[in-house]
Design a protein around this ligand. Structure first.
Ligand code: AMP
Ligand code: MG
Length: 338
């Protein structure tokens, strides 16, 4: 299969009409969002959704997020809309925020990975919402990487993974946020945070009160444990390089990297004083700057052939929680406190 790329910033109408044609025809299209690129298909067409799992190599018990363009699109997809979801949607949507609810019978088991719930997001990206609107149906869309590798934050990385596997990628430039959405479940009360992302735990707690943070956000699931969010049990976000997170001050980190001739994954500016190879992932004091860089940095480590990587540890407050959550998975939970 030949994979075409259309730039929506320069060919807006063509991008929308081709995405609409292919998706209404039951095909899978790579689309830009503000978090990461998605692999989108008509969420109400089971056969189309199955093609997403094939293109990604995704295990079938890992459910997909369903993307909508406006609040009215939510009602037919869920059994009921909890009051707290209305409050959250009013305040945050469109946003990097996915809310899980009991599903309606419109949502097939292929989308929900056999769960009785469904995950719904209204993306902030104008391009993403325009594509959903043009298609006239909700779009099931996981991240547009091959299963297990870092999520793609630009169309080139989607092409690297999906060339020959899908007919079309819509290029909307670099993703503003750079890590996947916050996932929070309202199928229970108090709600449970399953994955930290662009809408922070602090901001949500301020609005709706208590939120339980699922164990898998910060810890490795024990073998055999049941995951609240099936995606959390799979190896994820992992580059080929072997990464260890180092909890220490910068001097100790520098000495370790240089004495072992490792590759450093460090904050902006710190690389100036390192004599070993390095890749930077944003401002030390700005979680959003780190999230925008993290997955690109992981791909760059692979491109330069890095084997042994030591990573600086981000703060876990605000957006830092999402960055830390991805980095501990990229490292296979290898953390050294020095
Ligand atoms: P991705 O599509 O790669 O961003 O992954 C979506 C994440 O949301 C995965 O970790 C899924 O396991 C999780 N997810 C999607 N739907 C549900 C659901 N109904 N219940 C729990 N987790 C879900
Ligand atoms: Mg993913």
């Amino acid at each position: 299969m030949k994979t075409e790329v259309i730039n929506i910033t320069t060919e807006y109408e063509k991008a929308l009409s081709e995405a609409k044609r292919l998706i209404n025809d039951g095909e899978v299209v790579g689309i830009p969002t503000e978090t990461v690129y998605g692999l989108a298909a008509n969420a109400l067409d089971e056969d189309a959704v199955k093609k997403i799992f094939v293109a990604k190599g995704r295990p079938s018990d890992n459910p997909l997020i369903v993307h909508i363009a406006k609040f009215e699109d939510l009602e037919p997809l869920v059994a009921e809309i909890p009051e707290k979801v209305k409050i959250m949607a009013e305040k945050f949507w469109p946003a990097a925020l996915t809310m899980i609810m009991k599903k309606s019978d419109k949502i097939s088991n292929v989308v929900s990975g056999n769960l009785d719930t469904v995950a719904i997001r209204m993306p902030k990206s104008d391009y993403a919402r325009a594509i959903i609107d043009a298609c006239g149906c909700p779009l099931a869309a996981p991240s547009a990487n091959l299963s297990g590798s870092p999520s793609p934050t630009n169309a080139k990385y989607v092409f690297d993974d999906m060339n020959g596997r899908i007919p079309l990628i819509i290029d909307g430039g670099s993703c503003e946020i750079g890590v996947e959405s916050t996932v929070i479940s309202f199928a229970e009360d108090p709600p449970r945070l399953l994955r930290p992302g662009g809408v922070t735990l602090e901001k949500m707690t301020e609005l709706i009160g208590e939120i339980v943070v699922d164990d898998a956000v910060l810890n490795k699931l024990e073998d055999g444990a049941v995951a609240s969010s099936p995606g959390m049990k799979y190896k994820h976000y992992a580059p080929s390089a072997d990464i260890t997170i180092i909890k220490s001050d910068f001097e100790t980190f520098k000495n370790l990297c240089e004495s072992e001739n490792a590759t450093a994954l460090c904050f902006d500016g710190e690389n100036d004083s390192l004599s070993c190879p390095s890749v930077t992932y944003g401002d030390k004091n700005d979680g959003f700057s780190q999230s925008a860089r993290l997955f690109d940095a992981l791909r760059e480590l692979d491109e330069m052939g890095a084997k042994n990587v030591y990573a600086r540890c981000p703060d876990t407050k605000g957006m830092g929680l999402a960055v830390y959550n991805r980095l501990i998975r990229a490292s296979g939970f290898k953390i050294k406190v020095i």
